[in-house]
Write a protein that binds this ligand. Structure first.
Ligand SMILES: NC(=O)c1ccc[n+]([C@@H]2O[C@H](COP(=O)([O-])OP(=O)(O)OC[C@H]3O[C@@H](n4cnc5c(N)ncnc54)[C@H](OP(=O)(O)O)[C@@H]3O)[C@@H](O)[C@H]2O)c1
Length: 262
């Protein structure tokens, strides 16, 4: 299958560019388009048998609606979107092509993606799945299959809850009015790691993180859990009752990591 041609919509930057690099390294012909490229979406659909949608989450549905009807049943339509339920539903509804939802669980900045997780949500057809898995596995990625529903449920924790927590920490930090100069002097390694994460969310890709949080149907549930946990530990710490705080920490550790007494 070496002479496969892959078209990546959104391949000029970010994750699309990362995927283009991976495929080119494997010897495949890759065409990319963005909003300002000479080649457009319909050129890619004519030139390629695999079409990858790798545009920002907010543009994904429109792009799928546009490109989907241009593809036939022997082709593959896939995406790299951080959410899976809606994009996979859209790909199935707007095209006859085989459909695979794909979410690489890392950013395009990683220098070496070996060992990183990739989730695949095979949704229609069997012809292309083994090819895609083989490409990832050859590059030492850990490939896992899941339904779009299971994927989004897990991402509500791994991404929505986690990034919400980072945003909350960043906002609280800003309200303390401490300066970066002082932070640099007084920070510990673990705090510097956290600060890098806060910077990534607030400065590098705020739109992506907000889309990931707001686009996940489970986010409301996560926010309730978060708020309850915050209220719970806040009241224990504020009351000055150290025994209660200790009990709560111990109970949580046992739930997360198992009992030490086992
Ligand atoms: N970044 C991550 O860490 C990460 C990780 C896993 C999955 N993802 C997913 O990957 C997808 C892309 O995110 P990203 O962070 O890679 O975004 P990005 O860095 O902003 O890149 C988006 C790409 O899409 C193109 N684009 C934007 N709007 C377009 C439109 N309307 N039509 C055609 N092309 C368009 C851009 O090119 P022009 O600006 O030149 O038009 C660019 O090539 C998202 O679905 C995201 O959820 C991202």
């Amino acid at each position: 299958m070496k002479n496969i041609k892959v078209g990546i919509i959104g391949g000029t930057n970010g994750m699309g560019k990362w995927f283009a690099g991976l495929l080119k390294k494997e010897g495949y012909t890759v065409h990319v388009c963005g909003r300002k490229t000479k080649l457009g979406i319909s050129d890619l659909a004519k030139l390629c048998e695999v079409i990858v949608v790798a545009v920002p989450i907010s543009a994904t549905a429109d792009i799928i609606r546009k490109v989907g009807p241009m593809l036939n049943k022997d082709m593959l339509l896939m995406d790299l979107t951080s959410l899976k339920k809606e994009p996979v539903k859209m790909m199935l509804a707007n095209s006859q092509a085989e459909v695979i939802g794909c979410h690489p669980l890392f950013g395009h900045q990683v220098k070496d993606s070996s060992g990183q997780n990739v989730i695949l949500c095979p949704a229609r057809g069997k012809k292309w799945l083994n090819w895609l898995k083989a490409v990832f596995k050859k590059n030492k990625l850990a490939v896992w299959e899941a339904t779009p529903e299971k994927h989004d449920k897990m991402m509500a924790v791994i991404q929505a809850l986690n990034h919400f927590n980072t945003i909350t920490l960043g906002m609280a930090l800003a309200r303390t009015n401490v300066t970066l100069a002082d932070i640099n002097k007084f920070s510990t390694p673990i705090f510097r790691t956290k600060l890098d994460i806060i910077r990534k969310v607030f400065v590098e890709s705020p739109e992506l993180y907000l889309d990931i949080i707001t686009g996940n149907p489970q986010t409301g549930k996560m926010l309730d859990i978060y708020e309850k946990a915050l209220k719970d530990i806040r009241s224990k710490i504020k009351s000055g009752n150290k025994t209660e705080s200790k009990k709560a920490i111990k109970k949580t550790a046992e739930k997360l990591y198992g009992s030490k007494d086992k």
